[in-house]
Write a protein that binds this ligand. Sequence first.
Ligand code: M6R
Length: 607
Amino acid sequence: MCGIVGVVGRESAAPRILEALRRLEYRGYDSAGIATLVNGYIDRRRAEGKLSNLAAVLEATPLPGTTGIGHTRWATHGAPTERNAHPHGTLRVSVVHNGIIENHAELRAELEAKGQAFETDTDTETFARLVDQNLAEGMAPEQAAAAALKRAHGAYALAMVFAGHPRTLICARQGAPLAVGYGEGEMFVGSDALALAPLTRRIAYLEEGDWAVVDDAGARFFDLQDRPVQREIRLTAVSGAATGKGNYRHFMEKELHEHPVVLGDTLTQYLDPMTRSVTLPPLPFDPAAVPRLTISACGSAFLAGLVGRYWIEQLARIPVDADVASEFRYREPPLPEGGAALLVSQSGETADTMAALRLLKERRQKVLAVVNVPESSMAREADGAVLTVAGPEIGVASTKAFTAQLAVLACLAIGFGRARGTISAEDEARLTATLLEVPGHAAMVLERDAEIRAMAAEVAKARDVLFLGRGTLFPIAMEGALKLKEISYIHAEGYAAGEMKHGPIALIDSAVPVISLCPSGPMFEKTASNLQEAAARGGRIMAFTDDLGAARLKAFAERVVVLPRVGDFSAPILHAIPVQLLAYHVAVLKGTDVDQPRNLAKSVTVE
Ligand code: M6R
């Protein structure tokens, strides 16, 4: 999603803004631009496509000035062209925006009637022209911005600069994240701490409805009613050094290979290897007293939540509802008195999940966020947070963050089970021991890389792919399909193996790979039968299994990748890795943009 950077600096702003925008590339974008104050006038450069295009424009026609704003745009209103690229504005004001101004059509009509001549198809330009109109009517920048913010409905993070005010930047937040960075005699604004990491680690976050004036004197914050407010300056844990690709070709490849470390770091937060027990951080609800649990999340995080539902229902016997966050709000679910909710998110900024959070709080549910970014809106607004320790995830496709979410959900399920007395201390010790082996097993799974690459060569030729699993491996089949779709652009479906005969079996022919997650265990025989049904219809069976399963599946499967024998409980964590690796290799073979696949954004901050 769109990325925002602003600088009130002491050295040339454009190169620093460009560098900070590079650190926001992971969010996904399709055009970019920068505006600076040059001798009190606003000047700008913009380009369609990648930041390298903007860099080339800047090289050909450099942009001087020490104060400026920059933007990577993920198109919502208006095609991803240079004309629609931010910053937008007039001779008086220049604006960058992340989000959607929902009443843009009404504002546009009003402003056109006043003589404003629009140049783009964007909703953002209406905001810029609203500020411009206020300035033209005699308001100072602060008044003009504050008055415009009261007229704009929707979600936004905004930053703007003004002609004749070369050391001032105004920014605002309503539904999309924004941080102010404090440097040595310099000030910064960014969509997240990662963008600002090389510039400063001293960060203050705007809260919902806040706007701020950033200048040489620091930052003055105001709430929606324009009352001055204080926002705490924190030292962010995000380091400027943590985001290189190392020797890997893609961030996704690097992140896949970080699985053992990330799983180890996450699990050791919550598991004690000596006592073989789970220690959870303070929870905002008592699991022993919770009548019902709601899980809500988006994309891969939702699929992690689905696995969590199986675990929590099985181990803690709490009834669990799981919904994609974009549907949850509109379903109008009855929520019980004393109920609790789990939200799952890597970024902690996903707009749909944030909307679910607010609804849940309104309905007096106690909300626990499973989140990777400790300073995110979700971590701050939920009643409690349990952190995944995955570090920055830059590839748009979630990999290590997903398995870290599973690791946390597994620990929560054990902890809830103990609190409710539905599992014994011996069960806890056994399950904890299983989880403690996961990082080592993950390393063994990664050793199967060459075989998975060979499987990818076959899958890359397909137009449609089916992923099948049962129980906790059903959501992992959906994760395999989601990952393949998003980075290789091959159509894929994840199905419950037993459901295939109720429809998708019609798709099966010799062109459709059927990829099954089928380790030995209680579900094995039934899944193997479903695969034989597919094989009997010419389907090309490819399986991830263990040594026991392989003995049976090799009779009819075209390819079998043998994973360590791990048992039911940790199987979903370990089967997520090969399906992610498979999608990665298919995408590389197809030559797609693995880390920034088309149309996608890492952190989806619009609904
Ligand atoms: O930051 P979040 O975990 O809230 O993001 C949720 C989804 O947008 C995300 O998981 C998305 O589906 C990934 N691209 C999947 O790889």
